[in-house]
Design a protein around this ligand. Structure first.
Ligand SMILES: O=P(O)(O)O[C@H]1O[C@H](CO)[C@@H](O)[C@H]1O
Length: 324
């Protein structure tokens, strides 16, 4: 290759070295190889060989929101339940956070075939983002077309109260701003294209349905619509961080969901996401309160009946409009 020269005095600046890029990224920055499409197909086939349900809707249970699967309330609503612990699934991560049981539950909600993640994976557990989202791609491969992601989040909007439900209308990908994204690395077109739009990530029709359903269930006063952001965690946010997020239009803060939604949209799944406001974010230095995970789990328990009813009816309504 010709050396690059200074256009003023002609002196040589540097001689470029011809490089060939590896065809596949050798590791993901965490010393591990990203799973290939074929490995994910193997996981999907393993699951399909173990269960008879063929789900079209996938549900991710947020912190504290999965516990009722175990306690019985939503589990009673899920009929024909077939559970597979994560540790029994080859190449699947395992849950390490309290309030995330670590099981896939296949079954029916209001007659509709679903698969629910009773426990999600977080970046702060040490999983790279691509691995946190691996179950979403597996869901896609087993036939899921609609994703319902739930999470526990701190309420930053001063009008929000503990126990409110926030329909996510958008997100701000703070981790993406810092260069971390679940789509980093070589793109496998079998999942989706290299570049994807995100302006319609949170399905408009689903959001209208959810607002209408809130009226029908008389929980309109609890249901909000807003913007979520995910910080990597595991520490809760500082006062200065929260005030900055408030200024840029964030209504609720958590440590999940954003990357799952990116992966779901990449493989063309329709998305609905719901935050349970489990605590009020502390935005003043003279406040004595401190965020803590126990409160998050307690509020999850407090709202479990309403959440169960709301999510079950949403599943039925989404299935109706989609003809599942
Ligand atoms: O987002 P989910 O999994 O609901 O959990 C939220 O609650 C935990 C903090 O209490 C964090 O993991 C945060 O992300």
């Amino acid at each position: 290759m010709a050396p690059i020269t200074d256009s003023v005095n002609g002196s040589k600046i540097y001689t470029p070295v011809k490089q060939s890029l590896p065809e596949v990224d050798p590791d993901d920055g965490y010393g591990a190889k990203r799973y290939s499409y074929e490995t994910l197909v193997e996981i999907a086939n393993f699951l399909l060989s173990r269960v008879s349900i063929r789900p079209c809707i996938g549900v991710i249970c947020g912190s504290g929101m999965g516990s009722y699967w175990k306690q019985g309330s939503l589990a009673e609503t899920i009929t024909d339940a077939e559970c597979i612990p994560y540790e029994d699934i080859p190449n699947f991560p395992v849950s390490t956070v309290e309030g995330h049981h670590g099981k896939l539950v296949f079954g029916r909600l209001d007659g509709i075939p679903v698969v629910a993640m009773q426990g999600r994976f977080h970046y702060y557990e040490g999983y790279p983002l691509w691995k946190c989202c691996l179950p979403v791609r597996v869901m896609k491969l087993i036939g899921v077309k609609t994703l319902i992601a739930t999470n526990a989040a701190g309420g930053l909007n001063p009008n929000y109260k503990i126990g409110d439900l926030m329909i996510m209308k958008d997100h701000i990908n703070m981790m993406g701003f810092a260069g971390n994204n679940p789509l980093l690395g070589p793109n496998d077109e079998r999942f989706g294209p290299r570049f994807i739009p995100m302006n319609k990530a949170y399905n408009y029709e689903y959001r209208q349905i959810a607002k209408q359903l809130a009226k029908e269930l008389n929980i309109e006063n609890l249901v909000r619509e807003g913007v979520y952001t995910c910080l990597g965690g595991p520490n809760f946010e500082t006062v200065a961080e929260l005030n900055m997020l408030k200024m840029v239009g964030v209504d609720a803060v958590g440590m999940s969901t954003v990357h799952e939604v990116i992966i779901a949209r990449h493989c063309d799944m329709k998305v609905f996401a719901l935050s349970l406001i489990t605590n009020e974010c502390v935005t003043r230095y003279d406040q004595d309160d401190e965020a803590n995970h126990e409160e998050v789990l307690d509020v999850g328990r407090m709202r479990q009946d309403i959440l169960r009813k709301y999510v079950t009816r949403l599943v039925a309504k989404f299935a109706e409009v989609e003809n599942y």
